[in-house]
Ligand binder design. Structure first.
Ligand SMILES: Cc1ncc(COP(=O)(O)O)c(C=O)c1O
Length: 447
């Protein structure tokens, strides 16, 4: 038998990549466990340049809810490419898609396109500040809202540890800034609260509400579900505190068109003031949306108003992204695929639970709709800090083994597409079980 690594070609390319890309990565968010170079993808599968096949739960970082290279999406892209790629102005497809978005997400009556999710959350803050004439924002620790300065405040603590967290006690509303290059004083305008802790939120809003422009919410924070009507209670509090209402901003870049056509707002029955969409809306192309009710959007986009918000972007309304996104969300709705997405999510979560039950180890399995996550932990994960008690190194070893056996998934939140088959899920659970058993055997040996 050859001793050659099954990733030999990928490894060779990675050596070259490391000479060009810092850390050998395309971005800091690349969490792959082995150095993978992709060759092609179709449906629920991706193939690396060594010819290995994987069931994919990354789905291009989340946008490909119909799987890779869905025939109708690819046709729409080709058709649009023949007609025009980026007009820098309105086109039939950018209008048709905007109508669809407004029809699907009840709280969006007016909208603008952006080119990424990060850009959409950036504009959400600018709009909220302009509309309320206040500078402060409140966000929840551990949420990810993209990579601009304010989006990164207390998003993830580098080298997080329980000891380090003691330096930043929970009652402290001041964020930590975890990327160099962000001026510390930008943190002066940010309040931080723990997710799912309505009492703490109320305390901060009671004290500082008249300074706060918006509360930024990732409705399912990473994989952490909102508990006990948390989102509805945030809605109530944002209406109660502040002289003018504090705006509630929903970052639906992950949940939009994923949990339901109307996103988390439809799924949880809460309307936001400002909504950011992305990922699925680009059908695999860079894309984002920032939207809200007429009262807010017309006010801040009125050039005669002193609350006027400047917004621009070379690629706003890019025709290819709109054609891909429009087709993707239309197919989801036309074929009523939401039921299937929720079914597949439940199936994989139940399968994983069954496997972990047999280990006798404390664990939690999370996920809403077509998303899944597992952690080895003996208490519920309700916010960022509780997630830090998980045994990440054990989960990491299991996930790495899953790569070797043909499943790509992460320690964080994993995505399922509507074209993952029942067999894909069964095979994934089988591979998960093998990987868990092998890892635990090895752990025992090493004691
Ligand atoms: C909730 C959330 N908001 C914002 C973003 C940023 O979107 P983008 O990567 O398109 O800039 C992401 C990306 O993963 C996200 O998950």
């Amino acid at each position: 038998m050859s001793n050659q690594s099954k990733y030999a070609l990928s490894e060779k390319n990675m050596a070259i990549a490391k000479e060009i890309f810092p850390e050998g990565k395309l971005s800091s968010a690349d969490m792959k466990k082995v150095p993978l170079f992709y060759a092609k993808a179709k449906g629920s599968k991706v193939y690396d340049i060594d010819g290995n096949e994987y069931i994919d739960y990354f789905l291009g970082n989340g946008p490909l809810i119909l799987g890779h290279c869905h025939d109708e999406v690819v046709s729409a892209i080709k058709e649009q490419a023949e007609k025009g790629i980026n007009f820098g102005g309105h086109s039939e497809i950018s209008l048709k898609f905007a109508q669809k978005i407004c029809d699907s997400v009840k709280s969006i009556e007016r909208m603008r396109y952006t080119s990424t999710g990060t850009e959409a959350t950036y504009y959400a803050i600018r709009i909220a500040r302009a509309y309320t004439k206040r500078d402060y924002i409140l966000r929840f620790e551990g949420a990810y809202h993209g990579h601009h300065n304010l989006a990164l405040m207390s998003s993830k603590m580098k080298h997080a540890s329980i000891d380090l967290l003691k330096k930043y006690p929970i009652p402290d509303t001041r964020p930590y800034v975890d990327s160099a290059g962000i001026p510390n004083d930008e943190a002066d305008k940010v309040f931080i609260a723990p997710f799912n802790n309505i009492e703490r939120l109320e305390e901060i809003l009671e004290k500082h509400g008249d300074k706060i422009a918006c509360v930024m919410v990732e409705p399912v924070q990473r994989y952490i579900e909102p508990k006990d009507d948390f989102l509805k209670k945030v809605r109530e509090l944002t209406k109660k505190y502040g002289i003018l209402m504090i705006l509630m901003f929903f970052d639906e870049i992950v949940t939009g068109f994923r949990l339901a056509p109307g996103g988390a707002q439809q799924y949880y029955g809460v309307d936001a003031d400002i909504t950011a969409l992305g990922k699925i809306t680009g059908g695999g192309f860079p894309h984002g949306v920032i939207g809200g009710p007429k009262e807010i959007m017309d006010k801040v986009f009125d050039p005669t108003s002193d609350q006027y918000v400047f917004h621009a972007g070379t690629f706003s309304g890019n025709a290819i992204a709109c054609a891909a996104g429009y087709t993707q969300v239309s197919v989801l709705e036309r074929d009523d695929l939401y039921e299937r997405l929720h079914y597949l999510g439940k199936k994989i979560r139940e399968g994983i639970r069954e496997v972990l039950n047999k280990t006798g180890l404390p664990y939690r399995v999370y996920g809403v709709g077509p998303m899944w996550h597992f952690s080895f932990i003996d208490k519920d994960i309700i916010d960022y800090r509780s997630s830090l008690f998980a045994n990440k190194s054990l989960a990491d070893k299991i996930v790495t083994k899953m790569y070797d056996k043909g499943v790509l998934c992460s320690l964080g939140r994993n995505y399922i597409s509507a074209v993952h088959s029942d067999e894909d899920i069964d095979k994934t659970i089988e591979i998960f079980e093998e990987s868990v058993k092998e890892t635990l055997r090895e752990e025992k040996k090493n004691v």
